[in-house]
Design a binder for this molecule. Structure first.
Ligand code: AQP
Length: 342
C-alpha cells in the first residue's frame, strides 16, 4: 500500500453523532445533523449511530421502536451515509456505551445534571415519567462520544450543552487518572442549527411535537408539506426579512429555504423583496418538496430490504465494538478494575 495514504489515514480526525428513533425524523433533524454529515464522511473517520438506548428515556411502544430504528437507518442510507465510508450501527448493539456510562456517572455531579435544559424541558413534558434515565441521558451521550475518541460532534444547537458536558467529563477523567479521552468539539452549521416549529416559531421543531402542523417530516407527502407551509405562522407585517427577534416565523422560513436551495439568506431575502407571504410560503414548500423527494424514494426502497440493513448493522457493530472496547479496557484499567482473563 502507498505509504502516503497510510499516513493520512492515521491522522484523520474522528466524528461521531446520532439520532434517537423516537418518531418521524423532521426537516429540523435533517438540516441540523444528517445533511452536514454526508460531506464530512470524505474528510473524517465517521461514526454514526441510531441511539435507541436514549429513546427509552421516554415511553416507547416496543414494536414502533423497532420499526423506527430500521426506518432511521434506511433514512441515513438514503441521505447518502455510506457504510463503506462510515461506521453505521445501533447503540444497543455495542454494550460498551452503557458500561462506560456507569464509570462516567461516578465522576458526574447531580447538580450538573439538574442544570441540563433538555432534562428540565422533558421533565415538564413527561411529568408522569421523570425517570433516572432521563436525567442520566447526557452521561450516556458523553459515553457515546468519548468511547470513539471523537474530535468533532456535528449536532444541532439544542445538543450543544450536552457536548459541553461531555468535554467537562473528559477533562475531569483525564485530570483525575491520566490522559485517556480526546476532548471533543461541538460542530453546528451556520444556518439550520435550530429549525423552529411552524406553528410556534420561538420553539424548536421536534419530532415528538403533538401538533402535526408544527412539524415537517422527511416522510411527509407533497400535499402535506405544501399545506403545512401555507399554514405556517408568520406575522402581521408583509416584508420578507431575516430578523429572528422581531420576525421569527419569516426568519425560520428563510433559513429553511436557504438550506434547501443553497442560496444565502441575503439572496433569498432579495428574491422575495416586494412579494407577499403567500408566494414566499409556496416557494419554501416547493424547495423542501424538491429537496427531499429523491431521499424519500430511496428511503422507501431501502426500508424494504431488511436483510441489507441487518448486514450493515452487523458490520457496523463489529467495527464500533473494536474501537469502543479498546477505550473501555483503558478506562477499566485506570480506575483500578483487575483485567478480565480472556
Ligand atoms: N429543530 C431542529 N433544528 C436543527 N437541529 C435539530 N435537531 C433536533 N431538532 C432540531 C438535531 O437533530 C439531531 C437528533 O436529535 P435527537 O433525536 O437525538 O434528539 P432531539 O435533539 O431531542 O431531537 P427532537 O427532534 O427534538 O427529538 P425528540 O422530540 O424525540 O426530543 C441532534 O443533532 C439535534 O441537535
Amino acid at each position: 500500500m502507498d505509504n502516503n495514504i497510510k499516513a493520512n489515514d492515521i491522522h484523520k480526525k474522528v466524528i461521531f453523532s446520532g439520532i434517537q428513533p423516537t418518531g418521524k425524523i423532521t426537516i429540523g433533524n435533517y438540516l441540523g445533523s444528517i445533511k452536514n454529515w454526508i460531506p464530512m464522511q470524505e474528510e473524517f473517520d465517521s461514526i454514526f449511530c441510531v441511539v435507541d438506548m436514549h429513546s427509552i428515556t421516554v415511553n416507547q411502544i416496543p414494536a414502533e421502536l423497532r420499526k423506527n430504528t430500521y426506518d432511521l437507518l434506511a433514512l441515513y442510507l438514503a441521505c447518502g451515509l455510506d457504510p463503506q465510508k462510515s461506521i453505521l450501527f445501533v447503540q444497543s448493539h455495542v454494550p460498551a456505551h452503557a458500561e462506560l456510562a456507569w464509570v462516567l456517572n461516578t465522576i458526574t455531579y447531580v447538580g450538573e445534571m439538574n442544570r441540563m435544559t433538555q432534562f428540565k424541558d422533558k421533565s415538564r413534558k413527561h411529568a408522569d415519567n421523570i425517570n433516572m434515565g432521563l436525567m442520566d441521558y447526557p452521561v450516556l451521550m458523553a459515553s457515546d462520544i468519548l468511547l470513539y475518541q471523537t474530535d468533532l460532534v456535528p449536532v444541532g444547537i439544542d445538543q450543544k450543552q450536552h457536548v459541553e458536558l461531555a468535554r467537562d467529563i473528559a477533562q475531569r477523567f483525564n485530570n483525575r487518572y491520566s490522559p485517556t479521552f480526546v476532548v471533543p468539539e461541538c460542530y453546528t452549521p451556520k444556518i439550520g442549527a435550530k429549525i423552529m416549529s411552524l406553528q410556534e416559531p420561538t420553539a424548536k421543531m421536534s419530532k415528538s411535537d403533538e401538533n402535526e402542523n408544527a412539524v415537517v417530516t422527511m416522510l411527509d407527502d407533497k400535499d402535506a408539506i405544501m399545506r403545512k407551509f401555507k399554514r405556517a405562522v408568520t406575522d402581521s407585517d408583509t416584508e420578507v426579512r431575516f430578523d429572528v427577534e422581531n420576525k421569527p416565523g419569516v426568519s425560520n422560513l428563510l433559513s429553511i429555504y436557504s438550506c434547501f436551495t443553497g442560496k444565502t439568506i441575503e439572496q433569498a431575502q432579495n428574491e422575495f423583496s416586494g412579494k407577499g407571504y403567500g408566494d414566499f410560503k409556496i416557494k419554501v414548500a416547493e424547495s423542501v418538496i424538491e429537496g427531499i423527494a429523491p431521499i424519500q424514494s430511496e428511503q422507501q426502497r431501502i426500508a424494504k430490504d431488511k436483510a441489507y440493513m441487518d448486514e450493515v448493522l452487523k458490520d457496523g457493530a463489529m467495527r464500533a465494538c473494536r474501537i469502543a472496547y479498546k477505550t473501555l479496557d483503558k478506562v477499566y484499567k485506570k480506575v483500578g478494575f483487575i483485567p478480565k482473563i480472556r
